[in-house]
Design a binder for this molecule. Structure first.
Ligand SMILES: Nc1ncnc2c1ncn2[C@@H]1O[C@H](COP(=O)(O)OP(=O)(O)OP(=O)(O)O)[C@@H](O)[C@H]1O
Length: 808
């Protein structure tokens, strides 16, 4: 299925035979559709014989798509929901995570349009709404797979591109998968976008979409849609609020709740555990867990984007031995997609994420879901753990609970979530506080990120609605700050009456009222005037402060007004003058409007590299990557006249032959080279011998106490060469030299003008140590003061001599 696939008919003038063939096909299609309609009417929705897709009255194109995607047997929810939906019923469907709800609505969508003989000219026939972009992309992919034999056009409307670009294609689409905010933007602003023909509306993760964050967007969206349509709502945790159903104008909806009678609300293949971890030990416990599970695929849920960034950045620097990824709602769309697909394809990896991937996202083969921060409610818990143990696979989940959060277990029990306590092995515990402290000390970027993470975490706890679970006042904030490597707990101020959901959803609300783009899992943006900001936040916002490097600003990208990822949507929407971004550069390169955005050209050796995109811009930061674009280096040698020659200059064949037979030349060459090696060997041995002798002499000289005299001579020589110093005090330098007793003092004082010389690292215990100790003892006895010369090997020659000595 491809956008605009139907337009092929417009090509050329059809011949008579073609016209006949076509009308014959149309007739056959019509007959098929009639038969299909009849079969659907006659379908017994309660029949126990409905077990696989072939037991359902579906058109051949849908069958072919399902078969090609290896879908044969129906899951429980599909068995019940598809027959009802085929009959045109409105559905309110709830089934466990990973139970196949996506096909339960996509198959009816394709069938409804097929039976209505939908064409491009009929416009939009089905609208599928998802709360997040990741989920929308995934639904679209499944639709493309199973709809490949259909001729409908389908599109994805999730923002991240210019509104205009999307708008151009909208009019041609039969099926759209979208996020609510972006769709509403189009309905409000895209001229000629007609939805009056809509046959079927689907809300995946309906309870989330009906949640307050999207409330006004969905209400406004539904206002645009025709009342006479079929509506399907699906989620793993379904609300049956009458008010919600009324808002969507559902007509006598069928409740499909296949797992209602089940003893657990979560998949049976899922093992669920919790551990009780004091806040201050959370990071080290998480670290210990990762270190113990390097050969696993893990998702770690944290409560905010800032937490995600801090944990990701700090763990990355500590190199746990497993590849780390991070995902949150404030990342640029492209980065989000890349992370999603990289984690999807990875065998072993750890993804730190906010709830942006808590719902619906189908990463294959996830072994563990770790909830390092307690979720806001039991439904969120169920969706998060549902990222593992999908369909028929197994999975494990661990919830970290602070001792004050144990009441959350009651919430889980109420929702029929079976969970058991486990303890962390003492041997696996390892403090990382020192490492984090030193990382934060070395890198102000990380420290500020930590402060922001601290503030956003504590704030989220303070704002949680469920006060029985989240007890802000009982948290040991100083210990938390210390465990994050921070010198002290940053100051936090709260506004009365703030609530976490409202904050999280602020962006969506703002968007639906016309000022923001749709996010999930990030923290909502509030107007600067209303927001109480801490001194750290104010510091971070200051534009001209030096302490924040560009890297840090990137780390804190969510606050950047010019971060033209998600904000591009906002700028489109508000019609604010756009900041030139990556997209503009790419576009300018494409359509030749170079005066608007001139790409940079970098000279690399003989070749030129055009910097026309963000990706290429990044290249400039990596010497290694740039090497790829440079000419291959060639090694040159210079002859006595200073002329350069390539290392292996090929001789003309005739010249070569004139010099004699190749075998003789080879022998001569080998003989001369062997002689050179032998001579060099003798020289090397002699040099090593000399050095050993010198060393022995020095040791003897030292023994005789001649060192001081030697040094005086040296000093006198030094004085000769520097008359100015001579004038002042001929023995100044000598006096200033550290005596053995002073040495420690000088070192510990840190020296005067010059930085103290590092004591040479001691790699081994050798005989000279004993000799030196004996000498020191002797000297102490005789009361002599001796300046000790340090002769630890510090250059190649010394090392060679030493090695030769050891071999002897
Ligand atoms: N009939 C089927 N046969 C085989 N595999 C299936 C079938 N239906 C769905 N699946 C697979 O099961 C997995 C979960 O399906 P899906 O994503 O639709 O679950 P879901 O119920 O929507 O989960 P969630 O509540 O988390 O959104 C997917 O990988 C999908 O390919």
């Amino acid at each position: 299925m491809a956008p605009g696939a139907k337009s092929a008919a417009a090509r050329g003038k059809p011949s008579k035979a073609n016209t006949e063939a076509r009308s014959l096909k149309r007739k056959r299609d019509q007959d098929d559709v009639e038969k299909l309609r009849k079969a659907v009417d006659e379908l017994d929705i309660k029949s126990p014989d409905i077990k696989s897709f072939t037991d359902l009255p579906l058109c051949s194109a849908t069958f072919a798509g399902l078969r090609a995607s290896h879908f044969e047997t129906l899951t429980d929810v599909q068995k019940v929901a598809i027959p009802l939906a085929l009959k045109g019923k409105d559905i309110l469907g709830a089934a466990k995570t990973g139970s196949g709800k996506t096909l339960a609505f996509l198959v009816p969508v394709l069938e409804a349009l097929y039976r209505a003989q939908w064409t491009e000219l009929d416009g939009l026939g089905a609208l599928i709404i998802s709360p997040t972009r990741e989920l929308a992309v995934q639904i679209f992919e499944v639709l493309r797979k199973i709809g490949r034999k259909h001729t409908f056009s389908a599109g994805l409307v999730i923002g991240g591109k210019s509104l205009l670009e999307e708008a151009e294609r909208l009019g041609r689409m039969n099926i759209l998968v979208c996020t609510p905010g972006r769709m509403l933007q189009h309905l409000d602003q895209t001229a000629g976008f007609d939805v009056n023909n809509l046959q079927i509306l689907v809300l995946d993760e309906a309870d989330r979409i009906m949640d307050m964050g999207f409330q006004s967007a969905v209400d406004a969206l539904v206002d645009h849609l025709p009342k006479d349509r079929q509506t399907l709502l699906f989620s793993a945790t379904q609300s049956k609020r009458v008010s919600d159903l009324a808002r969507l104008s559902l007509k006598d909806p069928e409740y499909v709740s296949v797992h209602e009678e089940a003893t657990s609300a979560t998949p049976i293949n899922l093992q669920q555990h919790y551990i009780v971890v004091p806040l201050a030990e959370k990071l080290e416990t998480l670290w210990g867990f990762l270190r113990a599970n390097l050969k696993s695929k893990i998702i770690v849920f944290l409560s905010s984007g800032k937490q995600v960034r801090f944990v990701y950045e700090s763990f990355k620097r500590m190199q746990p031995g497993i590849s780390l990824l991070h995902l949150h709602g404030r990342q640029k769309q492209l980065a989000r997609l890349e992370v999603t697909s990289r984690f999807g394809a990875a065998k072993f990896a750890c993804l730190f994420a906010t709830d942006v991937v808590a719902r619906g996202v189908d990463f294959p083969a996830v072994d563990w879901v770790i909830q390092a921060d307690c979720p806001e409610d039991a439904d969120t818990y169920i969706h998060r753990v549902g990222r593992t143990a999908r369909y028929e696979s197994k999975g494990k989940a661990v919830l970290f609970l602070e001792p004050t959060e144990l009441a959350f277990l009651k919430r889980l029990a109420h929702k029929k979530v079976p969970i058991q306590k486990v303890n962390v092995k003492e041997t696996k515990k390892k403090s990382i506080t020192d490492q984090l402290q030193s990382l934060c000390f070395q890198s102000p970027d990380l420290k500020y990120l930590g402060q922001k993470a601290f503030i956003s975490y504590t704030r989220s706890i303070h704002l949680q609605k469920d006060k029985e679970v989240f007890k802000f006042k009982k948290l040991d904030l100083d210990a938390l700050a210390a465990s994050m490597g921070l010198a002290g707990a940053p100051q936090i101020k709260f506004q009365k009456g703030e609530d976490v959901k409202r904050l999280k959803n602020a962006s969506r609300e703002a968007m639906s009222s016309g000022s923001e783009s749709d996010h999930e899992g990030g923290e909502g943006k509030k107007s600067k005037k209303d927001e109480v900001r801490t001194k750290y936040q104010k510091m971070a916002e200051r534009q001209n402060q030096d302490v924040l490097s560009s890297h840090y600003r990137k780390l804190l990208g969510d606050d950047d007004e010019n971060n033209n990822g998600e904000e591009v949507d906002e700028q489109d929407f508000l019609a604010v003058k756009r900041v030139l971004g990556d997209d503009d550069l790419d576009k300018a390169a494409e359509d030749g409007t170079k005066d608007q955005a001139m790409p940079k050209v970098i000279q690399l050796g003989k070749s030129e590299l055009v910097i026309d995109s963000n990706r290429r811009e990044k290249l400039l930061k990596s010497k290694k990557k740039l090497l790829k674009f440079m000419d291959k280096p060639t090694k040159l040698v210079f002859d006595d006249d200073g002329n350069a020659h390539s290392l292996y200059e090929l001789q003309d064949e005739d010249d070569f032959k004139q010099e004699g037979p190749a075998a003789r030349l080879r022998e001569e060459f080998v003989e001369t080279e062997a002689t050179k090696v032998r001579e060099a060997d003798v020289e090397d041995k002699q040099a090593a011998k000399d050095r050993r002798r010198e060393k022995r002499d020095r040791a003897k000289a030292r023994e005789r106490g001649e060192e001081l005299a030697q040094l005086e001579q040296q000093t006198a020589r030094l004085g000769d060469s520097d008359e100015d110093e001579m004038d002042e005090d001929p023995l100044a330098l000598l006096r200033s030299l550290p005596m053995p007793d002073d040495r420690d003092k000088v070192d510990s004082d840190g020296g005067d003008d010059e930085p103290p010389k590092k004591k040479a690292k001691k790699w081994f215990q050798d005989d000279s140590d004993d000799e030196r100790a004996q000498l020191a003892a002797k000297n102490k006895k005789s009361g002599k003061k001796v300046i000790e010369m340090d002769h630890e090997p510090d250059n190649l020659q010394d090392l060679e001599a030493l090695a030769a000595g050891l071999l002897d």
